[in-house]
Design a protein around this ligand. Sequence first.
Ligand code: SF4
Length: 491
Amino acid sequence: MNELIAPALPFDMLPRAREAVRDVKLQQFVGNATHLKDTQRGGIFGRDFGNDYDDLRTVARDTKQYALDHLDELLERFIERAQASGARVHTATTAADACNIALEIARHHGAKSCVKSKSMVTEEIGLLPAFEAAGIATLETDLGEFILQIDGDAPSHIVTPMIHKDRVATAKSFVRELGARYTEDPTELTMIAREHMRGVYRQADLGVSGANFLLADEGAAVICTNEGNFDLSVGGPPVHLVFVGIEKLIRGACDLAPFLKLLARSGTAQPLTVYTSFVRGPRRSDEHGGPKELHYILVDAGRIGVLAGKKRDLLRCIRCGACLNACPVYRKVGGHSYGSMYAGPIGAVLTPELERAQGGHDAGLANYKDLPRASSLCGACYEACPVKIDIPKFLLHDRARLRARGLSPKSEGATLALWRMLSQRPVLFRMALRAVRFHARMLGKADGEQSWLTHAPGPAGAWTKSRDLGVATGESFREWFKEHKRSGGAP
Ligand code: SF4
């Protein structure tokens, strides 16, 4: 394992993460895809904005912060204007409330089938299991989500839910579940899925979607997709439900442009998503398409509690996925290791915080005590974030809370105590470094190669349960520095 990453993973890593760090295939899929996305993101921002990129992020940060600071006012305005255009607006305090509202609407219409486009908040509230339990057959229409649905699998990335799978796995799933002929050709695979979905769109009683932004001034929702499945979900069925977290509110279309510029570039390195759809009310008498009934279900599920707490900045997140792509730990362990539907750096801080806000003091952190330490604190997530959320700051804050509450693993305290003792005693420190380098020389290994001693003895064994014990380099920093200074090279 990359020695930079190894220290970032918690000592008491949960079994799911322990398995992931040993899954070479998973690391190959996730590592390659995220590395590519991250590189392309840097490229497109450099090409399109150059030195103005940081100013654009600042504008987006301030605009979203303004919306959060005036959420009550914007919420009222949105509700009033959406209702004026004929939509029905519901507010749900908890995940269960949100599901019950949807079930009530479905029952009222005698709905038996539903087409659903991609929505993180419906994953968060568990809408699909609730619909299934009520006998409402629901089809995921986002291609990635559809593949996961037929596989009985869960999303592992905010933007690219099936980042942990490849097209071979998809081809096999289509043969097994849809009776399709085997093909690994992406276009053919897409056509198979499309063929399967088209008929369902025409028959569905209910459409469900999320939204990327809510515009208070217009009482409208903005949905950004690449596959056009949202437009089919809203255009076909007679009733449509838009589920959206209340933090998605912004002032109005006047504030939208920076987010559209940042969202697609940060997520998929596109100038814009292929479809940017605006929805306001239900179908008007002079319109041919659209639902006869449009419902907005505005979900709190802990957000108001987060807003009142120290981590309110987290609600600025526009779910672009850039911090996941940039994160060296996410690249190694994938999304399922985080044990929550919000994975990666943002998930590591948002998941415990949402749970805390719903379950009382520190309940979240106690349930997810491995997450604050699932980071190398390299800062790549902050650099990638289009709305400048300082994720490392919040991770450090959570680590301090874990320590204060005695929830940190004992071995962590012992290691830090050893480090403190050595770093305060230069002679001992140098002796320790020499001992490590002696070990490397004895083994005759080149720098960076793995040691034959793969597990550390004693209590330190917990550290190497999921890591290789790397070999230290043959030259210390002090020696390197002295040598460069002597030869006149820049240190
Ligand atoms: S925290 Fe920032 S980078 Fe990560 S998903 Fe949210 S907006 Fe994107």
